[in-house]
Structures are given as C-alpha cells and as structure tokens.
Design a protein around this ligand. Structure first.
Ligand code: AVJ
Length: 321
C-alpha cells in the first residue's frame, strides 16, 4: 500500500462553553429580540451560505477572490518567508489555496475553526495537496482565548478573509483586534478582508437576492431552533427583512413576525407582536479610512490595501506596533 506523506497535527485550542439554549433564550427575551449570526451555520445553513456566495447579487466572495488572485504575489511578499500563516474561521480552507499558489516557501499553516470534524477533514485534504507544509489544525472559538500550538516560524501572520469582522459590534471588534495584536506580538501581521461602503442599492440587493436564498438562509435559523431546541416556529409566519442602515453603516437582517403569536421553545413561551422582529445579523461596512482608524487604535499600523476597480471590497495588510 502506498502511503501519502502528510504533516498534519491536531490541537484543541479551547472547548465550547456557551450553552446554545440559554444564549438563544436570553436573546429572545431581550427587547428588541436578537440571535447571534453564529447560529446560522448548521449543516443546512452552511450549504445555504455557500449558495449565497455564488449569487450574482452577492458580490463580496467573488470580489475578494478576484483581489486575492490578482495580488497574491504582493500579499505573499507582505507575509514574508519565515512566517506562520494562521487562519481564523478557515472552514474548507478554500481561500487560502489562492494565497498558497504564491507562497511555495510557507512552512506552517494554522487553520482555526469551531467546527472540529470539518476542520480536521479539510486540514487533512490540504495536507495531501501540500505535503511539505506543516498544517496545525486548531479546534477553537477564535473570538475567545485559545491555546496556540508551538510554532517554528519567527513571525505570525493572521489571515481573516470574508469580512467576517463586519459581524462584530464596534466594542467586540475592538476587543477582537486587540486580542489578535496580542497573539501576533509586535512585528506580526494581519491580512484581512473588509467589505466597503457603497451605493445602497448594491448593498440592499446583495442581501435581498431574487432567488430568495438569503431569505431561506435567514429563516433556516427558525428550523434549527425547532429541531435543536424543541421550538415551534411556523416558517410561513415570519418574513425575511434586510436593509442597509446608512447612519449605523451596516446591513441589518431581521425575521419579522407576521402576526401576534406565542412561540414555545423548550419549556418557555415567547410572545411576538405583529411586525415585531428578531434581529439576526449586522454586517458592518467601512471606508478604508474608518477601518484604518479603528485598527490604529487597536495597535496596528496599516501597511497595504488592495481593492477591486469598483472599490467594493478591500484586503488590508497591517502590522502590530
Ligand atoms: C459571512 C458574515 C460576511 O455579512 O455578508 C451573507 C453573511 N449574511 N448574506 C455577510 C451573510 C447574509 C456574510 N458574512
């Protein structure tokens, strides 16, 4: 039997300590009602998000991949030759493959993701494709504290694509960036995808696609609560509402109750008024200057920015002071 050379190592960075039921119940008892967007991504939700990234109206994924592919050699240069590349929320490690095309000398790649089985499987697959790369898969919630494996490289660079940073509230974003700066140490780098402010019609269309995939993605959250938390939401009694809130600089997604109704979840009851919403996501948009200012306050010095021609999406390289 022929064995395939693999340099893949598995680590537990932290254990998930949040209790989904109490967290969601808290959100549903709050005024206004809300649920964290992290709960979108069960199996069906991840598949629906994947389908969203292929929609004509949803420009971010396609645009970021275009920027990555066009400037991968400049990005590789910024990362340098004796750096370990650490990816937050690596998923299937699809985007990093574009970078790796320009980084034949990279020695260590550290994908970090909360969904352990999928992470380990993706790390194994990547390791077969790149037999000389040391892959350290870390199962962890990267927004909390986690333990890093021991690395050989002199410098660390975090890769954080997808504009996932837009899901954080301003105070969470600050906390996250400071925590990342601490992990990286002075001289370390951050390569991050940031979605930009633009024509409101473009933003509204991206979260209200014609095929209704974003609607299904939003409403799938109710299916998940029905299944996993023994709730009894009727999907036809809620509608998808997504819009750009210019003053707040964010796209908001909500689920709107179409009538006065009572919902059971586990052994609790939640009352909804007609028109009342569950706020399910914020997706903040930035100008390049706004992002530089926030990152600057958190210990980073902006080094380089890459954009598409329309300036719809940006990728930044920053260094810890
Ligand atoms: C994965 C958080 C970047 O905010 O655009 C897509 C998720 N929500 N359509 C985004 C999402 C609705 C996406 N992020």
């Amino acid at each position: 039997m022929k064995t395939v050379k693999q340099n893949v190592h598995y680590h537990i960075g932290n254990e998930n300590e949040t209790d989904m039921y109490s967290e969601i119940l808290n959100g549903l008892k709050s005024m206004p009602k809300s649920i964290s967007p992290k709960y979108f991504y069960d199996k069906k939700g991840s598949e629906l998000f994947e389908a969203i990234t292929m929609l004509r109206e949803y420009y971010p994924t396609r645009t970021e991949l275009f920027i990555l592919n066009k400037y991968k050699y400049e990005m590789a240069d910024a990362v340098g030759t004796d750096s370990a590349l650490i990816e937050f929320g690596s998923g299937s490690s699809e985007k990093v493959r574009t970078l790796l095309e320009a980084m034949s000398d990279l020695k260590e790649y550290v994908p970090i993701d909360i969904s352990k089985d999928f992470l380990y499987q993706s790390a194994r697959a990547l390791s077969i494709e790149y037999p000389d790369l040391n892959v350290h898969a870390v199962s962890a919630d990267y927004t909390a504290e986690f333990e890093m494996p021991k690395l050989d490289s002199k410098r660390k660079v975090v890769f954080f694509p997808g504009s996932t940073i837009g899901n954080f509230e301003p105070h969470e974003m600050g906390k996250f960036l400071k925590q990342t700066a601490e992990l990286l140490r002075p001289g370390g780098g951050l390569l991050i995808g940031v979605d930009l402010k633009k024509d409101h019609a473009v933003l509204n269309a991206a979260y209200n696609d014609k095929k209704g995939i974003t609607r299904d993605f939003n409403k799938n959250l109710l299916n998940r609560l029905n299944r996993e938390l023994l709730a009894n939401f009727k999907l036809e009694e809620f509608s998808h509402h997504a819009f750009y809130h210019a003053e707040k600089g964010r796209v908001e997604m909500h689920l709107v109750s179409l009538k006065d109704q009572m919902i059971t979840i586990g052994n609790e009851e939640i009352a909804f008024e007609e028109g009342e919403t569950i706020h399910t996501e914020n997706s903040y948009k930035f100008t390049i200057e706004e992002f530089h200012e926030i990152a600057g306050l958190c210990g980073f010095t902006p080094k380089k920015v890459w954009c598409d021609e329309k300036r719809w999406f940006s990728m930044h390289f920053l260094e810890v002071r």
